[in-house]
Design a protein. Structure first.
Ligand code: NAD
Ligand code: WQD
Length: 352
């Protein structure tokens, strides 16, 4: 069992991963500034893990990854003297459109924040890291399914900031490889994470109008929005709508646990893995599956394509399976059922 620091642990993917890690017996320190989340998610994680609010196994620190003082508090917060053994680094900003309007903000939080985290890890002698990267690095893919060897060609500031962190991690890994304590790093490139814990107690809680398909569709189903706009009906896909590789957030959380286990068990390495299902679904398939799961109609209209979209992005998920012994097990129907349990049980999210 390890003591872990989870940056951004109150967020969508972080909260589900915290639950899976607590259930696996790990002790966690979460560092989050709640810029895009609420402490309520972690209260519910404790409930689901059947731990008391005062549990030593989950310490929450409100703080910023760009602050050396906050990082020092986090690294000093483990019970006992063993210190933090590994970090899972979720904290960051993720809205593509906002990154185009505010590139400084994205480079600051995503790159400068990661840089200061890495400096603190070196200072505290912790060199084991799982990093949240993104399939957004592949831009407009030339070959689908997309393998990890595909060119890195991001097309927006969000993607550029993720590519820069990936490069920084490779540089740091190379610089310390011959040292007494080399880094162990996993760069995990997520495809489209969706859904929620099957209890419906934790889930995705976007601010304002959702940019992403799943939260938008579920807000239409609950009646918070009138109808979905389908961006493009003329893509070169089977039904003309865009195709993506949706991954259930619980599968993704379990992928993190598997990556951590492999990193800590094997000799030092720099792992770079796609986390996806390997299966594509179109927007219209999602609309129909969500309608069936919720029993609610999802009215939609087809409108012109959105700038910056690709026709289809689907992971070649074979490397993660080979290296981690992990693969997704949940279907599109499961994603819709669990997403609906969250949306219908919490029509206003965490009410933050
Ligand atoms: P999220 O916004 O729900 O979670 C991010 C968390 O980081 C939030 O709790 C937020 O409050 C926190 N945070 C932001 N800035 C911070 C700072 N300066 N200091 C401390 N905490 C800070 O997003 P998510 O969907 O859970 O994504 C987690 C990670 O995965 C992000 O790095 C994101 O870029 C990456 N990712 C997400 C997706 C996706 O579609 N959700 C896809 C690929 C990669
Ligand atoms: C999915 C499909 C849209 C909304 C984004 C980021 C990516 C990653 C995951 C972080 C597309 C269509 C959407 C709507 C629609 N995030 N759509 N109407 O664009 O694949 O990926 O989230 O790393 O970086 O770019 O996800 O959910 O926005 O779109 O028709 O109102 O749904 O055109 O085909 P995307 P998405």
């Amino acid at each position: 069992m390890a003591h872990l620091l989870i940056t951004g642990g109150a967020g969508f993917i972080g909260s589900h991963t915290c639950l899976v890690l607590l259930e696996a017996g790990h002790s966690l320190v979460v560092l989050d500034n709640f810029a895009n989340s609420s402490p309520e998610s972690l209260i519910r994680v404790l409930e689901l893990a059947e731990l008391g609010f005062e549990s030593e196994r989950l310490r929450v620190i409100e703080g910023d990854i760009r602050s050396e003082a906050d990082l020092n508090r986090a690294f000093g917060a483990t019970p006992g003297s063993t210190g933090i053994e590994a970090v899972i680094h979720f904290a960051g900003l993720k809205a593509v459109g906002e990154s185009v309007a505010h590139p400084l903000r994205y480079w600051d939080v995503n790159l400068a924040g990661s840089r200061s985290l890495l400096a603190a890890m070196e200072a505290h002698g912790c060199r084991n890291l799982v990093f949240s990267s993104s399939a957004t690095l592949y831009g407009y893919p030339e070959v689908v399914p997309i393998a990890e060897t595909a060119p890195i060609q991001p097309i927006n500031p969000y993607g550029h900031s993720k590519a820069a962190v990936e490069q920084l991690l490779a540089d740091l890994y190379g610089a310390r490889l011959q040292s007494q304590t080399p880094w162990r790093i996993a760069r995990l490139r997520y495809f489209n994470p969706v859904g929620a814990h099957p209890s419906g107690r934790i889930g995705e809680d976007p601010n304002g109008t959702p940019n992403n398909l799943f939260p938008f569709v579920s807000q239409v189903a609950i009646g918070r929005r009138k109808q979905l706009q389908v961006f493009g009906g003329d893509w070169p896909t089977a039904d003309g709508s865009g195709v993506r590789d949706y991954i259930h957030v619980m599968d993704l959380a379990e992928g993190h646990r598997a990556a951590l286990d492999v990193l800590l068990a094997e000799p030092p390495q720099l792992l770079t893995l796609n986390l996806g299902s390997g299966q594509g679904h179109s927007v219209l398939e999602v609309v129909s599956a969500f309608g069936a799961a919720s029993g609610q109609p999802v009215p939609y209209e087809i409108v012109p394509r959105r700038a910056g979209d690709a026709a289809a992005t689907v992971a070649d998920a074979s490397l993660a399976h080979g290296r981690l012994g992990w693969r997704t097990s949940r279907t599109l129907q499961d994603m819709c059922r669990d997403g609906w349990a969250w949306q219908s049980g919490n029509p206003k999210g965490y009410g933050k």
